[in-house]
Design a binder for this molecule. Structure first.
Ligand SMILES: [Zn+2]
Ligand SMILES: [Zn+2]
Length: 244
């Protein structure tokens, strides 16, 4: 887990940082999955460079984008070094809305002018399950307020962030999970995100072996959540490693 913070991170800029517990320092939400030799990144946050350094990330094989909000995309330029390491373009997957936004928001990367010093990326629109480097990726359509975005399932793991609604069709794609990582912004309701209690209800419905909360706002404290959450559900923290 590279980061598990909300869009502004935790602590919030301008707030007193004295006494903030280590596990409540959260960079923006992102994970890296290592399957055999393949390294899969979900989202490129504004904190991506520091996340990659702190977690000793040596290479990125491909990227899955959940959506195009700044907290999930604005580290995209730091894929540059990883595309040099790969000596090839890095494939970046997302739904059509996300891919179009990325093309527009970072047009310098994708226009045809011969500018050096930009990441070499290959944007690809996905709707249905696909195989990349021998790994089956199942996109999970979810709602982020009125916006259609994607979570992803890979083997018995699913990652769902920035979620306000999950359809029955998507629920049917997340059965028999060993691990669910799910959005949980704050205790009170929010129209674009799951609250803690809504995340608990979804976890209980999906019934994975283990659930980890992500995209947590600064009001959520690790030590309080550990006491509050039912068995099998836990708050994430930056640097958390799970072996599946
Ligand atoms: Zn977000
Ligand atoms: Zn978002």
């Amino acid at each position: 887990m590279l980061g598990c913070g909300s869009s502004v991170g935790s602590p919030v800029l301008g707030k007193d940082t004295v006494g903030v517990e280590k596990k409540d320092w959260r960079t923006r939400s992102s994970i890296i999955l290592l399957i055999e030799e393949v390294s899969i990144l979900i989202d490129t946050t504004p904190d991506f460079r520091q996340q990659a350094l702190l977690n000793n990330v040596k290479n990125i094989d491909f990227v899955l984008y959940t959506h195009s909000h700044a907290d999930h995309t604005h580290g995209i330029d730091d894929l540059r070094i990883f595309s040099y390491i790969k000596e090839d373009k890095i494939s970046c997957f997302g739904n059509s809305h996300t891919i179009n936004d990325i093309k527009r928001n970072f047009s310098y990367i994708f226009n045809n002018k011969n500018i050096s010093g930009r990441p070499r990326l290959d944007l690809k629109v996905v709707n249905d399950s696909f195989i990349e480097q021998g790994i089956e990726i199942i996109p999970l359509p979810i709602k982020h307020k009125d916006w259609d975005i994607l979570g992803y399932r890979i083997n018995n793991f699913a990652y769902i962030t920035d979620c306000s609604f999950i359809s029955d069709e998507t629920f049917s794609k997340i059965e028999d999970l060993d691990l669910l990582i799910i959005d949980s912004l704050r205790y009170s309701k929010h129209d674009a995100h799951l609250s803690v209690d809504e995340a608990i209800l979804i976890a209980q419905k999906v019934n994975p072996k283990r659930t980890i909360l992500t995209h947590m706002g600064s009001d959520l404290k690790y030590n309080e959540l550990i006491e509050y959450l039912p068995k099998g559900i836990e708050p994430g923290y930056d640097g958390l490693i799970v072996n599946l």
